[in-house]
Write a protein that binds this ligand. Structure first.
Ligand code: SF4
Length: 440
């Protein structure tokens, strides 16, 4: 009987993890594994995890338990937990959780296919860990196998040199490493040849990219000018690295989408200092002003943490006031989640905000953001946008796509619309998303 090699990969967390899962699919393909959509059909299950909040880890622990059911029919199944949570928990994950065979951190994916095969066919014991951080690993030579959506996720940078006190990323992904521009451009050209016209450049602080005389602005421009690239997005920039050159490229290159995610985290200088974000509220506002002046109509989104240790009502009010002032098109609002190993754990115990208070603040911030978002989006009803169709919508007979500004629109269409551009008039909004009708 031929040997079966089928892999199921489940992804949690940020877009970087989507890119990493595609790399893992590539590493497994090097050993002949094809990816499947159903864990019941898989010989290897990979859970690619996130460590940014406790809630994300709790979900994964539950999922590991659920997936054990597949061992009943397939006792040789290999279950690998990869990504930031794997790196953070390491051996604890093996000790605390029955049924995990491999624990692999973000710099170990190249070895994944080999390790799975050694375990399945060569008697390598279960319970292996691959956790070494490797300053040189940029995954050159491992071809991503893209499966999700109509966007080609292209990682240009891994790791982070900042040390924001709430964040676990620098400890699980190591310091910043940038890929050679020639390798990035080759990957973009290959993605275009495979049918992608939208590219999203990924990095923990993507706009701090620098290698030789290439900075992020130069890379962004070069990607935008690759034949066949119609849309370029990037995430996640750091507010301090929004250079004038980068803004100029955003304004001048038609392929660069008028959308910018600019994580502010707090609207209080006192809290920003405690977070070691290295900008003040005024500096952030100046950056917003510069960007809006150069790229009229740009959609801005942000991340905010409420209830960071030491945050008092006045600090929180300052955050609400910043939300009112900037009027972000979208905002990802979270309450602070303590992560072992981060500098914030050393803040005085008395500074920690109670769950009740941070929960109330989160609700208030969400409600404010939603009302702002609704007002912005109601103002856009009636306008026409080019939409790249991603997939069928939940509502029958509709498809779902995004405008250049990143807004989600559902409109009547058939599955054949996927990966095509349509001009769509926005006819109504639910608040965060739109309904529309195709005009071409
Ligand atoms: S910039 Fe700060 S929040 Fe972003 S990944 Fe680095 S340490 Fe984390």
């Amino acid at each position: 009987m031929p040997v079966r090699r089928r892999a199921f990969i489940e992804t949690y967390g940020c877009q970087m993890n989507i890119g990493d899962s595609e790399l893992m699919a590539g590493a497994l393909a090097g050993r002949g594994y094809v990816t499947v959509d159903d864990p019941a059909r898989a010989d290897v299950i990979v859970i690619n995890t996130c460590a940014i909040r406790e809630h994300a880890e709790t979900r994964v622990l539950g999922r590991i338990g659920q997936l054990q059911v597949h061992r009943r029919n397939h006792p040789d199944l290999v279950l690998a937990v990869t990504g930031c949570m794997a790196q953070r928990m390491g051996k604890n994950l093996l000790d605390r959780t029955a049924g995990v065979d491999i624990v692999a951190g973000p710099d170990s994916y190249r070895r994944l296919g080999d390790l799975v095969d050694e375990m399945r066919f060569e008697g390598l014991p279960r319970g292996q860990m691959l956790l070494a951080l490797d300053e040189t690993e940029a995954y050159e030579g491992v071809d991503a196998i893209r499966r999700e959506g109509v966007t080609a996720w292209v990682t240009v940078q891994r790791g982070c040199d900042h040390r924001c006190t709430f964040c676990i990323v620098p400890y699980v992904r190591g310091s910043e490493k940038n890929r050679e521009p020639s390798a990035v451009l080759r990957e973009v050209r290959e993605a275009v040849a495979a049918g992608y016209s939208e590219v999203s450049l990924l990095g923990q602080t993507v706009n701090s990219y620098r290698i030789g005389d290439w900075d992020f602005a130069r890379l962004l421009q070069a990607v935008a000018r690759v034949d066949g690239v119609r849309r370029v997005r990037f995430t996640s920039p750091h507010p301090n690295d929004v250079s004038d050159r980068m803004v100029r490229v955003m304004a001048e290159e038609p392929a660069v989408c008028p959308q910018l995610h600019l994580p502010v985290q707090s609207g209080s200088d006192r809290i920003l200092k405690r977070m070691v974000r290295r900008y003040t509220v005024q500096q952030f506002l100046d950056t917003v002003g510069r960007v809006r002046e150069s790229v009229p109509g740009i959609a801005l989104s942000t991340d905010v943490i409420v209830g960071f240790p030491g945050e008092n009502e006045k600090d929180f009010e300052s955050t609400l006031s910043l939300l009112r002032q900037v009027r972000f098109d979208d905002a990802f609002l979270y309450r602070y989640s303590l992560r072992d190993g981060t500098p914030a754990t050393r803040l005085p115990a008395g500074d920690f905000v109670s769950d009740k208070t941070s929960g109330r603040r989160l609700e208030e911030a969400i409600s404010l953001h939603r009302s702002i978002q609704r007002e912005i989006n109601e103002g856009e009803v009636g306008s026409e946008h080019e939409v790249l169709v991603e997939r069928p919508a939940r509502s029958e007979g509709d498809v779902l796509g995004r405008t250049g500004t990143g807004k989600v629109v559902a409109f009547p269409g058939t599955p054949e619309y996927r990966n095509t551009y349509r001009t769509v008039r926005l006819t109504s909004t639910s608040g965060p998303t739109f309904r529309g009708e195709a005009v071409t």
